[in-house]
Design a protein around this ligand. Structure first.
Ligand code: ZN
Length: 72
């Protein structure tokens, strides 16, 4: 009889893959909002006026420049 017990290490993923997928979607959407939106999102409710006012562009203007996206 052996004094050593057979031990098995079972390691499970501690981060669920679904949370990684959700965070990736949020990240891509955030990059779109900060870097590329010129009124497209608000045009869904505001119409063509959203392309003139560009509210999201104005709200994220400093973040856009700080992260390296060119706009003017
Ligand atoms: Zn700018």
């Amino acid at each position: 009889m052996s004094l050593y017990l057979d031990q098995k290490v079972i390691q499970k993923d501690r981060i669920p893959k679904m949370s990684i997928a959700i965070l990736a979607i949020i990240a891509v959407f955030s990059i779109y909002v900060v870097g590329y939106d010129q009124g497209q999102l608000f045009s869904l409710v505001q119409g063509t006026e959203a392309f003139d006012t560009m509210w999201i562009h104005e709200f994220t203007h400093d973040i856009r420049h700080a992260s390296g996206f060119p706009c003017h």
